[in-house]
Design a protein around this ligand. Structure first.
Ligand SMILES: C[S@@+](CC[C@H](N)C(=O)[O-])C[C@H]1O[C@@H](n2cnc3c(N)ncnc32)[C@H](O)[C@@H]1O
Length: 260
């Protein structure tokens, strides 16, 4: 699918990754972008790798006991093809309309069968995505696995809270939602030199903005639990992202929450 995306350049990819690839072949060098440390040791450059590993683990742990899976803000995630293809599980992908159109075009161009996935276009900030899911065949009485990777940071706090409540209200006991979040200081750019001088200006250029964060300075676990309990969910696994020292606090977290 990657090579069929309109913004993908083989030459660009080679220019970006080629030198690291050659260095790896010559002397085993591994760039920090490709390293996968434990989340508690992750930095900004290794963040995505450790996040991916955590969500893969969550898929593997939960998928066999679920009837439905919902990829929320799926973007160009291809886990549906890795974990759900050929399985009896019903698969939904939620995202903004333009992103889904672009993905579907790329899948078509690459000759990949995607008809078994139900694409539902939504905006978490603006509408009842559950109603749209139900219109498209979602069954609220079934056990469902919700994967919400890399999305909460772009949403208003109220949307995050409402979405968690909707997950709890619209799925069977034992359903699971897994998501990542970032610290308030990371989101505002105050706690990180890179975020302040590179991340935030870059986001401004792309028209995106970071919005939702959780305070990780004091009792991050309690803060996460409060958010979940208010929504009717219980904390399963929680891994903090980034080192914790006297001065440094984690810049994010990875959450597994269960419908009580
Ligand atoms: C960083 S990408 C993550 C994509 C995918 N989950 C992954 O981890 O590869 C964020 C995704 O959230 C989607 N998104 C952001 N805000 C959204 C909103 N308000 N409603 C629906 N989707 C949204 C974007 O379109 C994008 O696909």
């Amino acid at each position: 699918m990657i090579s069929s995306l309109p913004f993908m350049s083989g030459a660009g990819l080679w220019l970006m990754m080629g030198p690291a690839f050659i260095a790896n072949r010559i002397c085993g060098y591994i760039p920090s972008l490709a390293k996968i440390p434990e989340p508690e040791k992750a930095s900004l450059t290794s963040l995505v790798g450790c996040r991916t590993k955590f969500f893969d683990k969550m898929m593997e742990k939960n998928i066999n006991s679920m009837d439905q899976v919902v990829f929320m803000g799926a973007g160009f995630d291809t886990r549906a093809f890795k974990y759900c293809s050929g399985e009896k599980i019903k698969v939904f992908e939620l995202d903004k309309e333009n992103t889904q159109k672009c993905k579907i075009e790329a899948l078509k161009k690459a000759g990949i069968d995607y008809e078994w996935i139900t694409f539902v276009s939504i905006d978490f900030n603006q509408e009842s995505w559950v109603d749209k899911l139900i219109e498209n065949g979602f069954d609220t009485s079934k056990k469902t696995f919700f994967l919400w990777e890399g999305v909460t940071i772009y949403l208003e706090e109220e949307s995050v809270k409402q979405t968690l409540k909707a997950v709890a209200k619209s799925s069977a006991t034992g359903s699971v939602i897994t998501f990542d979040f970032y610290s308030k200081s990371f989101v505002t750019g105050k706690g990180s030199f890179i975020m302040k001088y590179y991340g935030k200006p870059f986001l401004k250029m792309t028209g995106e903005n970071f919005k939702f964060g959780i305070d990780t300075k004091k009792n991050p676990k309690e803060n996460v639990e409060t958010l979940l309990n208010e929504a009717g969910l219980a904390l399963g696994e929680l891994r903090m992202i980034g080192k914790t020292t006297e001065k440094k606090k984690p810049f994010g977290g990875l959450v597994e929450a269960v419908k009580k």
